[in-house]
Ligand binder design. Structure first.
Ligand code: MTE
Ligand code: MO
Length: 343
């Protein structure tokens, strides 16, 4: 099941659960909170299991965070590439409730040699990539230990105040704020602490990019979401009456950083003007923005652009970096609209 929502309908900070995109690599597993167990294993002093009641008895935390699929926007890439052909709607923003993974790891006693934490889901299936297929595997992704110990990384059991829906990982999922969605493992049943980097399928074959290291391209797992502004309205192809006022709207986000500013260009990138941020930007979540645009009085095509800068000074790129394979689509993509003579 892969579902997205029309990005042009973004109109509020929190995405209602029925509109929140779904990305499943394997058939959705049947899960019950009453029989759910989380196994904590590997490089820990006290391996063991945690049940749902015991998890809910631990101090909980609320975190507002978006999840964006690393392939969000892929259908806008030219030339076309393989993979789920997402539009712009494989992203959503929610409030999550859960127990910091750190608390559970600390109770288990992480051993000094620990390097990574593998998170494994209950879902499994055969991956079809030939000829190197590993057969039937579980969905699993790892985090470097320092990331796993960030206090906002949760074993989440509520989304927007309600128990997780089955498609979003009921009863418990990982939530890794600021990282692409592949890190937020759903239907979480196993936490394995390892003494070396995990080389699983979704860490090597899938969800990777090239990093140039002294001239040597090295495959590295995807992680943090980079800065990005996306235009929700007007939508591409819209016809707008000349001379009128038009509000350009959208959302911007920047992984573990807060958005600092959003600029808009209505002439294909020559002149940029500041958009108004709606609300206080914060790490992990998006910030909605708007820009009051007076439409040109003459009909013709217009290319609308939005570009965000984060609080660490990183600016959204204008061009696509091919080292990102079919992922991490955050370069500025024009929204082409048509200004037409008023009715
Ligand atoms: N167990 C499991 N967890 C998973 C996945 C999966 O297929 N199985 N997909 C990942 C990917 S690629 C994304 S983008 C997010 C999507 O989360 P959502 O379906 O709740 O929006 O879940 C992640 N966690
Ligand atoms: Mo994803």
């Amino acid at each position: 099941v892969n579902l997205e929502f029309p990005f042009s309908t973004v109109d509020r900070f929190i995405t209602p659960v029925p509109r929140f995109f779904v990305r499943n690599h394997f058939p959705q597993p049947e899960m019950e909170a009453s029989s759910w167990r989380l196994s904590i294993e590997g490089e820990v002093e006290h391996p063991g299991e945690l049940d749902y009641e015991a998890l809910l008895a631990l101090p909980a935390r609320e975190v507002a965070s978006l999840i964006e699929c690393a392939g969000n926007g892929r259908s806008l890439l030219q030339p076309a590439v393989k993979g789920v052909p997402w539009g712009m709607g494989a992203v959503g923003n929610a409030v999550w409730t859960g127990v910091p993974l750190r608390d559970v790891l600390e109770r288990a006693g992480v051993r000094p040699g620990a390097a990574e934490v593998v998170l494994q889901g209950a879902d499994a299936g055969a991956v079809t990539q030939e000829p190197e297929t590993p057969g039937v595997i579980h969905y699993a992704r790892s985090l470097p230990l320092a990331e796993a110990l960030r206090p906002e990384v949760l074993l989440a059991y509520r989304m927007n105040g309600d128990p997780l829906r089955p498609e979003h990982g009921y009863p418990v999922r990982a939530l890794v704020p600021g990282w692409y969605g592949m890190a937020s493992v759903k239907w979480l049943t196993r936490v394995l602490v390892t003494d070396r980097p995990f080389q699983g399928y979704f860490q090597t074959f899938d969800y990777t990019r090239w990093e140039r290291d002294n001239g040597l391209p090295t495959l590295v797992p995807l992680g943090e979401i980079p800065v990005k502004a996306a235009i929700s309205r007007p939508a591409a192809g819209e016809r707008l009456p000349a001379g009128r006022d038009c509000r350009i709207e959208g959302a911007a986000w920047a992984g573990t950083a807060a958005v600092a500013r959003v600029e808009v260009s209505t002439d294909g990138g020559q002149i940029w003007s500041a958009a108004r941020l709606l609300g206080e930007p914060a790490p992990y979540t998006w910030c909605l923005w708007e820009y009051a645009w007076q439409l040109p009085t003459h009909p013709g095509p217009c290319a609308l652009l939005a570009r965000a800068t984060d609080a660490r000074g990183r600016v959204q790129p204008m061009h696509r970096d091919p080292d990102r394979n079919t992922y991490m689509i955050n370069h500025v993509i024009p929204v082409k609209v048509e200004v037409v003579n008023g009715e």
